[in-house]
Design a protein around this ligand. Sequence first.
Ligand SMILES: [Zn+2]
Length: 119
Amino acid sequence: MSQFIDILEEKCPKCGVGKVFATKGNPLLFRMPHMNANCPNCNHKFEKETGYFFGSMYVSYGLTVAEMIAAFIVAHFFIKSYAGMMSLIAGLAVLLSTFNFRLSRMIWIYMLDGKNRTV
Ligand SMILES: [Zn+2]
């Protein structure tokens, strides 16, 4: 359970103290999240090799599909037009893009690197 909270709080998988992301990004301002190369607390390197986060795109895809299905299930009670539903789904995909980017990378880091905690 604590790893789940650490993923949501974007903490380092090794020490659980340092932040993985320096900035959270903002899709409305066209700013992507910026990731620290190393943990500010324990100097743990997050990106092990080039292309390390390629697999997190599959995690991001799964998150996005789950969110859009949930949004569709809730919204189909209120929105009857096809264009309105597609606008809602597209808007949500844009608004949640930086959240999904950060969360998918955190899940990926913890999947491959999350059991190394020494504390
Ligand atoms: Zn750390």
